[in-house]
Design a protein around this ligand. Structure first.
Ligand code: NZQ
Ligand code: ZN
Length: 378
């Protein structure tokens, strides 16, 4: 096992009717900005629950965060927060709202051009405190210090991390997820699955605890994911998926093991260039990344085949192939397309994506390798 340090300060409040607990968690006297997306929380009752819980606070609503939160929009919130002297940021929504809140929290007191926080990983020295009410299990953003922000004018989608933007608390009420449309359920399950595999399908370092943690999360997602589609108001299913998705990217399973975020890195370029949802890009790319990085991935893939998908026969190479096929079948069982051509994208479309990968990522992703992956997944 490799050396590591691990500190996750996020307080999780999990279960039915827990949004009411907001008032215990936000500091007394805080002036709160409640950030949310394009309106789902007004349709499913979450907004009303938040409003009731905030009754004793001075607070301002700020809606309109788009999926793949935009720098331009976030900067409007930054201006508003400065003007209104807001002291606490409450994010109510999925990964996009939470990530937007993290960037806004970091940008409010940043000296200089805030895009540098994302584009240059310019260090931040302070951030507004953030609280979260999660409505979409997927990204793990509710329990990590990462955010991904998009800039429309340049077709960029870039990530930053800071210990200063971990939420102070996150409220996870699985009942808030009953209203998710099937495509967002699938996006979330696939995203969480790939978060696990980016930290698990790597050269083995004799870390059996991390392996078993990772495999148990994968098994829960494989078993419960399809049930969330067929039985959307099953509380147990929603609860299991919600906790699995949080555990998939809160840092725990990545302790002391190698990580490789190639699928995510190429996926962010695909979203930036062609507006495919994050989860959809991953379902397309993952089998191609595994087949392209054959030598590094085969041993753990075979292990995943045996322990997660019940593959019993064949050589290590055959078990690894069976695991890739089983993963793709699982994604398809969640209603996911797994080929670029299924979305109408042809070979000619790949050139601008590869150009962006060369510009943005060329220190982490070999453009030739990215080309091979993308061609495989046409
Ligand atoms: O706009 P609203 O009204 O909020 O509607 C959203 C949005 O249309 C809707 N939704 C959310 N909860 C709902 C609901 N609809 C009905 N009922 C509910 N309970 O779902 C749509 C998608 O929401 P979004 O927040 O964009 O989805 P997700 O949670 O998948 O977040 C995706 C973003 O997170 C980034 C992605 O790149 C993408 O920008 N990621 C963040 C990570 C992190 N911070 O650690 C890691 C991930 O790998 C990922 O990159
Ligand atoms: Zn992801």
């Amino acid at each position: 096992m490799e050396n590591f340090s691990y500190h996750n300060p996020v307080k999780i409040i999990f279960g039915k009717q827990t949004i009411a607990r907001l008032s215990d968690e936000i500091p007394a006297g805080a002036k709160v900005l409640t950030l949310y997306g394009r309106g789902s929380i007004k349709e499913n009752g979450v907004y009303d629950q938040v409003k009731a819980a905030l009754a004793g606070f001075e607070w301002l609503p700020f809606g309109g965060v788009d999926p793949n939160p935009r720098y331009e929009f976030c900067m409007k919130a930054v201006e508003y927060i400065r003007k209104e002297k807001v002291t606490f940021l409450l994010a109510v929504g999925g990964g996009s709202v939470i990530d937007g809140a993290k960037f806004i929290a970091a940008a409010v007191n940043f000296k200089g051009n805030p895009w540098r926080i994302v584009a240059k990983h310019a260090p931040i020295t302070s951030a507004l405190p953030i609280g979260v009410v999660l409505t979409l299990p997927a990204t793990g953003s509710e329990m990590n210090g990462n955010a991904v922000i998009s800039r429309i004018e340049t077709n960029e989608k870039l990530a930053f991390s800071s210990p200063l933007v971990y939420p102070k608390f996150s409220i996870l009420d699985p009942e808030t997820t009953y209203s998710l449309p099937p495509n967002q359920v699938a996006n979330g399950v696939v995203d969480a699955f790939v978060h696990v595999t980016e930290q698990y399908i790597n050269p083995p370092v004799n870390a059996p605890l991390q392996d078993y943690f990772a495999e148990s999360i994968l098994k829960v997602l494989v078993e419960e994911g399809p049930k969330a589609l067929s039985d959307p108001t099953n509380y147990e299913v929603r609860a299991n998926i919600m906790w699995a998705a949080t555990m998939a990217l809160n840092g725990l399973i990545g302790c002391g093991v190698p990580q490789d975020w190639t699928t995510h890195t190429i996926g962010h370029e695909l979203t930036a260039m062609c507006a495919l949802d994050h989860g959809r890009t991953l379902a397309i790319l993952l089998p191609g990344v595994w087949r392209t990085m054959r030598e590094q991935t085969f041993e753990k893939l075979a292990q995943m085949g045996r322990r997660v998908f019940g593959v019993a026969d064949g050589s290590v190479a055959e078990q690894a192939e069976a695991a890739i096929d089983a993963t793709e079948n699982f994604f398809r069982s969640m209603g996911m397309k797994t080929r670029l051509s299924e979305y109408g994208f042809l070979g000619t479309f790949l050139q601008p994506i590869l150009h962006h990968i060369t510009i943005h990522r060329h220190h982490v992703i070999d453009p030739d390798m990215a080309q091979e992956v993308l061609h495989q997944r046409l």
